[in-house]
Design a protein around this ligand. Structure first.
Ligand code: TPP
Length: 625
């Protein structure tokens, strides 16, 4: 479909959902058309999440038309599909600033709008949150509707089932809308996904209709009327689904792009109370051919040319990303060691497992959005001779914290955690920042934490981790590596050892991770010693004690929270030894890291060359060194 901008006058007349409620059906259809075009035009300029929002245009219009938002509470799961919601809830003009520093966020944020009922970014929280909100409403004698909108991908997580299990056994006035498009980021996986597909398959659909007719043939007219009425309310005859068994009144499946169906069904359901689930069928990327054709590619995009669908930024002559370095290492190590298995909680593309999944399909496990399960599954595999590598973003590992401790570390099992997106992630903001992993891993006994400074380190330390007997984590950031020549061997780096990369006087910079390059530049100005620490745990104590003796000031540098981070480990050790060497900790302060461009964020947080230099020089001055 060639894209041509047309007029958006109807959309431009919508300042809030109250305006949407005043429109008739044909105006709502026109609004949907304009909203889709505006969304496309906007994301093509700013970049961001695209396919999911294109799939929820009609749903968003219908929800704001039928329900009395914000009094009625709308909770979006993940929140990456909320751009149409943002556009209709008074943020149309701000879409140009989406995900940029100072601009609006790419996810719902309570402080941004009263229509953003619950902040998200991580998946599968919507049912629990909406249930909580509906319980609060009841206690406060408020007669509001509470609606959770959740994708079939997000529905695969344990949290969703926990909430369904609770809600289904309550009288909560809760509507769950299951937005089923067969896709997570990549095609959805698992038994639930198969169940939904079967439910929607042509065969089952027609069997149900036929079965329904046959039942109706033999029943008395009154009952038939009752049946038909129920059928009408429910949209169609439904099988005794999983959700009915869980205590929900199930409606659907209905076409989530057809306002003529969606609006009456929502109105009908709206009249009822108790836990209800409406199953809608949508298409990810709907209405934009390139995205319909390649919804994975258009899940999240940088700015692109609307007429061709091609992204405007070219990657061709850039160094490889750390994700690519990991991806290559994984395939190389899998070639060499048949025990290696790779696990991802629904992040095949983002975590660099595409090639591995193609080359080693029997050893590849996409477990759905189920981080807790991914970690315990790995623990089980490690019990009986496999060597699992869990590829996971720093931020999503947070969800599997008990599993890390209880299932992996306490049993000292050999699981490798390949932690991507450590440190600043940029446009996704605080829900996705990888600022805490060193802190939350460091206090767990048996856990080894490695912080490669460049791609050679990354490859070497992944091998060290793989050969280590016990749990280990290698953390690396989003984005490109240094572009250095890489050895294709699988050679481990010495366990627990740091490396001195520069000798200087008075000041020693102890660097954990990829800020090493910047630290080396700073060291030139200061004539400082630089240590590539490589291990946040165990620390290279010998090296730390040596530099503490020979220098007046130690500076620890990491792209992690200062609280509990690797630098804290250095201070803890030296304090225990009675050392009086002064230490300055540089990293993230106790604040949320909001969205923006990674480079400007490093500078904002004082982790670029000037920032590091400024902090160190002011400490030197303070100490009159
Ligand atoms: C806990 C968690 N794990 C992983 C992700 C990454 N993630 C973002 S969207 C998404 C897929 C969601 O699929 P679905 O819920 O079906 O929504 P759709 O994009 O298909 O509309 C994933 C895996 C996340 N946001 N949160």
């Amino acid at each position: 479909m060639p894209f041509s901008k047309s007029n958006w006058s109807l959309l431009e007349s919508i300042d809030s959902p109250a305006d949407v409620r005043n429109l008739n059906r044909s105006q709502l259809k026109e609004l949907s058309r304009q909203l889709r075009e505006f969304l496309l035009d906007s994301v093509a300029t700013t970049g961001g999440h695209l396919s999911a929002g294109l799939g929820t245009i009609e749903l968003t219009v219908a929800l704001h038309h039928v329900f009395n938002t914000p009094y009625d509470r709308l909770v979006w799961d993940v929140g990456h599909q909320t751009y149409p919601h943002k556009i209709l809830t008074g943020r149309r003009e701000q879409m140009r600033s989406l995900r940029q520093k100072g601009g609006i966020a790419g996810f719902p944020k309570r402080e941004e709008s009263e229509y953003d009922t619950f902040g998200t970014g991580h998946s599968s929280t919507s049912i629990a949150a909406a249930l909580g909100i509906s319980i609060a409403a009841k206690q406060n004698h408020e007669n509001r509707h509470c609606i959770a909108v959740i994708g079939d991908g997000a529905m695969t997580a344990g949290m969703s089932f926990e909430a369904l299990n609770h809600a289904g056994d309550s009288d909560a006035n809760l509507l769950v809308i299951l937005n089923d498009n067969d896709m997570s980021i990549s095609p959805n996986v698992g038994a639930l996904s198969n169940h939904l597909t079967r439910l929607l398959s042509g065969d089952l659909f027609s069997t149900l209709r036929e079965g329904g007719k046959r039942v109706l043939e033999n029943i008395p007219p009154a009952l038939e009327l009752a049946k038909r009425t129920e059928e009408h309310v429910k949209g169609m005859v439904t099988p005794g689904t999983l959700f009915e068994e869980l205590g929900f009144n199930y409606f659907g499946p209905v076409d989530g792009h057809d306002l003529d169906t969606l609006i009456p069904v929502l109105r009908n359901i709206n009249q009822q109370s108790g836990p209800r689930l409406l199953h809608i069928k949508t298409q990810k990327g709907k209405g934009y051919f390139p995205a319909e054709d390649a919804p994975v590619k258009y899940h999240g995009v940088s700015s692109f040319d609307l007429s061709t669908g091609t992204t405007t930024s070219t990657n061709s002559d850039k160094p490889p990303t750390y994700t690519e370095i990991f991806s290559q290492w994984l395939c190389d190590m899998a070639e060499q060691d048949k025990r290696l298995v790779g696990i991802t909680p629904a992040m095949r593309e983002g975590s660099g497992l595409v090639e591995f999944s193609q080359k080693f399909p029997q050893r590849y496990f996409d477990v759905g959005i189920a981080e807790q399960h991914a970690v315990t599954l790995a623990a089980g595999m490690a019990c009986d001779g496999l060597k699992p590598v869990v590829a996971i973003y720093s931020t999503f590992l947070q969800r599997a914290y008990d599993q890390l401790i209880h299932d992996v570390a306490i049993q000292n099992l050999s699981v490798v955690f390949a932690i991507d997106r450590a440190g600043i992630v940029g446009a996704d903001g605080p829900t996705h920042t990888g600022a805490y992993d060193i802190s939350f891993l460091r206090c767990i006994p048996n856990m080894v934490i490695m912080t490669p400074a460049n791609e050679a380190d990354c490859r070497g330390l992944l091998t060290t981790a793989f050969l280590h007997d016990g749990p280990s984590a290698v953390r690396y950031p989003r984005g490109t590596a240094t572009g250095m020549e890489l050895n294709t061997e699988l050679k481990a780096l010495p366990f627990g050892q740091a490396e001195q990369t520069r000798s200087g006087r008075k000041v020693a910079l102890l660097v954990f991770g990829t800020l090493l390059g910047t630290a080396m530049e700073v060291a030139e100005t200061l004539d400082a010693t630089v240590i590539n620490m490589r291990f946040a745990k165990p620390l290279d104590i010998k090296m730390i004690e040596k530099v503490a003796k020979n220098h007046d000031l130690l500076v620890t540098i990491e792209d992690n929270a200062i609280a509990g981070g690797a630098g804290s480990g250095v201070a803890e050790h030296l304090n225990q030894q009675g050392s009086t060497t002064r230490i300055l900790h540089l990293g993230f302060p106790d604040e949320l890291i909001n969205h923006g461009q990674p480079e400007e964020m490093h500078s904002d947080w004082g982790l670029d060359k000037n920032g590091l230099l400024e902090s160190i020089e002011s400490r030197i001055k303070q100490l009159s060194m």
